[in-house]
Design a protein around this ligand. Structure first.
Ligand code: TTP
Ligand code: MG
Length: 368
């Protein structure tokens, strides 16, 4: 049996217009903007290794410094060895955050469909936009110009019909680049790309792919679904779709939410403690996964129970400290459930929500 019979060709939504914007050498560009004497010099955003006994890590480096092979996450000491005349600057996180907020505001003048991914990048879905401009390329140019006008910072943009391709595209012509990949060019574009350029293929997977003789998109394209699943498990399915330019994932507009929750309505009511326990565990895992996707942790769990009579109860409990594990969410949810007490009514809906959520700091942000 051919694998095509087992897995129908997935649907490809090519009707959207997505822009991915990523600021150029972001932290150091803000520093150069605010201190013009830095222009043309190699700038490294890290504490000088002399001040830290060689311990610091490079947050980013400007393009001059990159000529010496200096890059994000390199030890500041190595950066110093590569370029002793480099100018080391301690980060000024509030200034970067302010520029980031300003850029998001500019984006929101174009569309409310903005998904910030990190301090210096975001997706926009401009299929319909407030400018009433049909061409996403024209919208992207307008956006880049506007960002520059209001912040004096340059950005690079990728335009395509999905997030996956727009993201890769924005990285193609840095700095101040604009790369447009229309649907009919997508597969050729992806086939020519070295696999480490694919978003979602990190150093570990790259290594494994190289071992298997997969260096370019083309090599990935030649593998059928069965092979990909055999080599890479569930991720293999996603590689199969991505190399064919398929990524229908919508933008996630929930980043600034104050809570993340999941609920299920049951076809047949739940009666036993065991069923409830199983469902609470499942919900906890789903909620935790969503929190992780958004880089959040929380302090409060809210349980929602709807009985067969439609009577609905919500109960909440807060932990002394932030938690970020499914076990903890489950434990608190189960506690709330036990406190409600028994009922002989069936349960038609259960929900768990984590509120009081805050961002999980990433390692480098702690530097500031
Ligand atoms: P990036 O967009 O990855 O890098 P960049 O904007 O400096 O350069 P490029 O032109 O290649 O996009 O990250 C954005 C900012 O996030 C970067 O300026 C500093 C910070 N950052 C860290 O602090 N640590 C890191 O490891 C990375 C990758 C980024
Ligand atoms: Mg950037």
């Amino acid at each position: 049996m051919s694998s095509d019979l087992q897995f129908p060709e997935p649907y490809n939504n090519v009707s959207r217009k997505i822009i991915h914007v990523d600021m150029d050498a972001f932290f150091s560009s803000v520093e150069e903007r605010d201190n013009p004497s830095l222009k043309g010099k190699p700038v490294i955003i890290a504490k000088h290794p002399r001040k830290t006994g060689g311990k610091g890590i490079v947050a980013t480096a400007n393009y001059e410094a990159r000529k010496f092979g200096i890059h994000s996450a390199m030890s500041a000491y190595e950066a110093y060895e590569r370029c002793p005349e480099g100018i080391f600057i301690e980060g000024n996180y509030p200034a970067y955050k302010e520029a980031s907020e300003q850029i998001l505001q500019i984006m929101r003048k174009i569309t409310d469909y903005v998904e910030p991914m990190s301090i210096d990048e975001a997706y926009l879905d401009v299929t319909n936009n407030k400018l009433q401009i049909d061409s996403a390329t024209v919208v992207a140019k307008h956006l880049q110009r506007q960002i520059y006008k209001e912040t004096r910072l340059t950005s690079s943009a990728g335009v395509s019909y999905n997030k996956f391709i727009a993201k890769i595209a924005s990285d193609q012509n840095k700095p101040a680049g604009l790369t447009v990949i229309p649907p009919e060019k997508a597969v050729d574009f992806l086939r020519e790309l070295p696999i480490e350029k694919f978003h979602g293929i990190g150093p570990k997977t790259t290594f494994r792919m190289h071992e298997l003789g997969i260096y370019y998109g083309e090599d990935l394209y030649q593998l059928d679904q069965m092979d990909l699943v055999r080599y890479f498990g569930k991720a293999g399915m996603s590689y199969y779709r991505k190399i064919r330019g398929i990524d229908n994932k919508p933008l996630s507009l929930t980043r600034n939410r104050k809570s993340v929750g999941k609920e299920h309505t049951y076809f047949s009511n739940l009666f036993s403690e065991d069923e409830v326990k199983r469902e609470l565990m499942r919900l906890s895992k789903e909620v935790q996964a969503a929190l992780e996707r958004h880089g959040k942790k929380g302090k409060t769990v809210v349980l929602k129970v709807r009985y067969n009579s439609f009577e609905t109860i919500t109960r909440r409990i807060s932990n002394a400290t932030d938690f970020k594990s499914a076990d903890k969410i489950y434990q608190l949810g189960q506690k709330l459930y036990d406190e409600i007490g028994e009922t002989d009514q069936g349960i038609r809906l259960l929900g768990l929500t984590v509120s009081n959520i805050t961002e999980v700091e990433n390692e480098q942000m702690k530097l500031f």
